[in-house]
Design a binder for this molecule. Structure first.
Ligand code: BES
Ligand code: MN
Ligand code: ZN
Length: 496
């Protein structure tokens, strides 16, 4: 898609559609008023009939407005004027973009009233437009055989008004890059688990990284994983016919001395629970249990495509968790790469088992920080629902940085208190620790387990079980989160 900033008078702008905001009680925004004047009051006439009250989420398409060069005008509801926030503005833009997706509009000019600059400055305005419009043309990579609906027509987006056109333009470019990274994540996560296996993820990481000169991708196969003594990862994978893969992506955009940001992703391509088998209801959604892995791959592609002056390492532990005659059993004890022994009391708590070995592997890079992303616990979904990812860790500053990145990116996370108390719950009579600590505080005891492997590192953990995908039937699909959060975190680090 092509992104630019409009500078001409709006009525003179040649585009397939102008997107204008309307506040509740049918009140036109500033740009809308200019268009109304040019059209000889036609817009106002339409509004005074009460046909478009400007409710948030509503849109109305009008064609061939006189005095206006654009062939169509799309009105989108901004809600009450007094309540115009970044969130309501984003919603109005997303609704407009979705409505455009149902037309053959190929070029549009965005001219919505914006919330005050302290909530949405020129750069973040451009970024939101880039991200939201580019993401609006994403279509699920389904395997339906019938006639496909036509691919979205939108090719060109012109945004404004801008005080600093350059800042808007940079925002547009970076926002579109974030949407592209989200699409990579979503495509991988939406694929069925018989296609998206550990080997498939590894091949994709290789292929996607192929065109990027500063990105090196290596894949450890089962034998190499054994040589790394990743006994916990192998315990999870041993019940599956799909061999495990450990993927190492190294982007060197910074100087040699610069310590890297290491990102670690949970890549369980299907989580049946293993011998501790899950309930059948919605078990198919456990194909999304590799969303953390997909987000790591997406983040590495993003930093490479934007050529950020950073060193970033992506580590992906990819396995399938299945029951089988050879599968790991409750009571089995595995030895992690760090040398600590783990009593596996529940084979469905497999994410922490693969992550502990991946986190240990991170040490060799002498990381500045380590951030893992995982659809780790149902308990996190109970605690926070689908709005915030769970944020935990052992470093105050890093957690604050991630929290703020989430706020700015509108991809939010919320801290849970990972204090020493929780480690009590994962004590074992037979090994250094158990892999589960009971139902209470389940999201935090999972993080406490990871905490045993990250001592001396600056580490944060994002539990994305509630945010990485939408379940159910009609809306089912990957959301592309936490890629916007991670992108914001990395862009800020690059700007330091
Ligand atoms: N992948 C699941 C967590 C999950 C649950 C993600 C729901 C998305 C939606 C994870 O491997 C798991 O099974 N966790 C168990 C842990 C328990 C056995 C301690 C859980 O949350 O029930
Ligand atoms: Mn599980
Ligand atoms: Zn899982």
């Amino acid at each position: 898609m092509d992104f630019s900033v409009w500078t001409r008078e709006l009525p003179e702008l040649a585009a397939d559609c102008l997107v204008l905001g309307v506040f509740e009680e049918s009140e036109l925004g500033a740009e809308g008023k200019a268009i109304d004047t040019a059209s000889g009051g036609r817009l106002q006439k339409l509004l005074s009939r009460g046909d478009f009250p400007g409710r948030s989420g509503d849109t109305l398409l009008i064609t061939d407005l006189p005095g206006v060069k654009a062939t169509r005008v799309l009105l989108t509801g901004l809600g009450p004027r007094a309540g115009l926030t970044r969130r309501t503005w984003r919603k109005a833009l997303a609704s407009a973009a979705a409505a455009l997706g149902r037309t053959r509009v190929a070029s549009c000019a965005i001219a919505l009233d914006r919330p005050p600059a302290k909530e949405l400055d020129d750069y973040y305005f451009g970024r939101a437009v880039g991200e939201i419009t580019a993401a609006s043309v994403y279509r699920i990579n389904d395997l339906k055989t019938g006639r496909k609906p036509p691919t979205p027509a939108l090719k060109k987006v012109i945004a404004g008004p801008a005080r600093k056109a350059q800042a808007v333009q940079r925002g547009l470019t970076e926002g579109a890059a974030i949407a592209a990274a989200m699409a990579v994540q979503r495509d991988l996560a939406n694929l069925p688990p018989n296609v998206c296996t550990p080997s498939y993820i590894a091949e994709q990481a290789r292929a996607l990284g192929g065109g990027q000169p500063k990105l090196r991708v290596r894949v450890l196969d089962q034998a190499a994983i054994r040589r790394e003594r990743m006994g916990c990862l192998l315990a999870v994978s041993q019940g599956s016919h799909e061999p495990p893969r450990f993927i190492v992506m190294e982007y060197s955009g910074g100087s040699k001395q610069q310590a890297p940001v290491v990102l670690v992703g949970k890549g369980v391509t299907f989580d049946s629970g293993g011998i501790s088998l899950k309930d059948p209801g919605a078990m198919d959604e456990m194909k999304y249990d590799m969303s953390g892995a997909a987000a790591v791959i997406a983040a590495l592609l993003l930093v490479a495509s934007l050529r950020l002056p950073l060193n970033v390492v992506g580590l992906v532990a990819a396995v399938e968790n299945m029951p089988d005659g050879k599968a790991v059993k409750p009571g089995d004890i595995a030895t992690s790469a760090a040398g600590l022994t783990v009593e596996i009391l529940n084979t469905d708590a497999e994410g922490r088992l693969i992550l502990c070995d991946a986190l240990h592997y991170a040490r060799r890079f002498n990381p500045a920080v380590v951030i893992d992303m995982a659809t780790l616990t149902g308990a996190c979904v109970i605690a926070l629902g689908h709005h915030h990812a769970g944020l935990m860790g052992n470093d105050e500053a890093l957690q604050q940085e991630l929290f703020e990145a989430g706020q700015r990116a509108d991809d939010r996370c919320w801290r849970l208190p990972l204090t020493d108390d929780y480690a009590e719950q994962i004590k074992s009579n037979f090994a250094d620790m158990a892999n589960v600590g009971g139902r209470d505080g389940g999201a935090i005891t999972a993080a406490a387990f990871l905490g045993k492997f990250t001592q001396g590192l600056k580490w944060a953990h994002l539990d994305i079980a509630g945010t990485a995908y939408t379940g159910g039937t009609t809306q089912k699909g990957s959301t592309g989160r936490p890629t916007p959060l991670l992108a914001e975190f990395l862009l800020r680090r690059a700007a330091r």
